[in-house]
Design a protein around this ligand. Structure first.
Ligand SMILES: Nc1ncnc2c1ncn2[C@@H]1O[C@H](COP(=O)(O)OP(=O)(O)OP(=O)(O)O)[C@@H](O)[C@H]1O
Ligand SMILES: [Mg+2]
Length: 239
């Protein structure tokens, strides 16, 4: 039951969008997914309210630092994957979630090239890793990538981050109207009308490739080794 957390200290980097695309793709493939909506803005919760019941997807709202671990434990009994959507912050809830994750995804806007919020999360992860002696698997995912961002530019960013030891997902998330519409219409990319949404086929393909790469990056069998005491130490070290 891997826990995948989406984190970037800066708002608007594309965390919620990427988290929802991953969750809906995993659910479409038949996996049971629980999304923990740990953002007080409740975007995923609102999506769920307008969508109605979605096969294989549960959403838990009002997730706090105190309740996160219980939610993960409870959801782990009936879920194949747990996806955590965090607010654009760098607080105790963020550190707790990083400490409980099997993989942290750090969305960074490919077009804006504004990596400061992502760098804060990378810094936090490194501090937590050195304090605990345990690696926290993480990857940067470039988001909102437009056709103006060339393959060469993406390779350059990837190279720069790789030189600093940061993994970058091979599959960026493109700027697509379907990825905005999903929050207005509810449901998934597969409930949308291709006649009304431009490049819907490309959006579906992008979401599929992204989810497949995330799954490839997860350990085959995740061993949950974090005890509550370890997590408390991790969070204190990050404060
Ligand atoms: N790939 C994309 N294509 C088109 N629009 C996108 C894409 N990713 C994000 N957006 C839009 O950008 C805005 C911010 O995205 P999102 O809410 O996913 O970011 P966030 O990091 O979760 O923000 P916050 O920190 O405020 O929670 C939203 O209006 C969303 O619809
Ligand atoms: Mg969000």
């Amino acid at each position: 039951m891997p826990v995948i957390t989406f984190a970037n200290a800066k708002g608007g980097a594309g965390k919620t969008t990427a988290a929802l695309l991953l969750a809906t793709e995993l659910a479409r493939l038949g996996h049971r997914v629980t999304i923990l909506d740990a953002d007080p803005q409740r975007w995923i919760t609102q999506w769920h309210e307008i969508s109605g019941a979605q096969p294989n997807i549960d959403v838990i709202s009002e997730v706090t630092t105190a309740s996160l671990q219980c939610h993960i434990r409870d959801a782990g009994r009936y879920s194949d994957y747990i996806v955590v959507d965090l607010a654009g912050a760098r607080d105790a809830l963020v550190s707790t979630s990083l400490g409980l994750s099997d993989h942290v995804m750090i969305p960074i806007q490919g077009c804006a090239m504004d990596a400061r919020g992502g760098a804060q999360i990378l810094d936090l992860i490194h501090r937590m890793e050195s304090a605990s002696g345990r690696a926290i698997a993480h990857s940067v995912v470039l988001t909102r990538v437009t056709s103006l961002v060339t393959t060469r530019a993406l390779l350059t960013i990837k190279g720069l981050l790789a030189a600093r030891g940061v993994n970058v997902m091979d599959t960026p998330i493109a700027e697509r109207s379907a990825f905005r519409e999903i929050f207005d219409c509810g449901g998934t990319l597969y409930g949308m009308d291709p006649a009304k949404i431009s490049n819907l086929d490309k959006a579906r393909e992008n979401a599929r490739l992204f989810a497949e790469e995330v799954m490839r990056r997860l350990p085959v069998r995740v061993v949950r080794s974090q005890t509550p005491r370890n997590i408390l130490r991790l969070v204190r070290s990050a404060a």
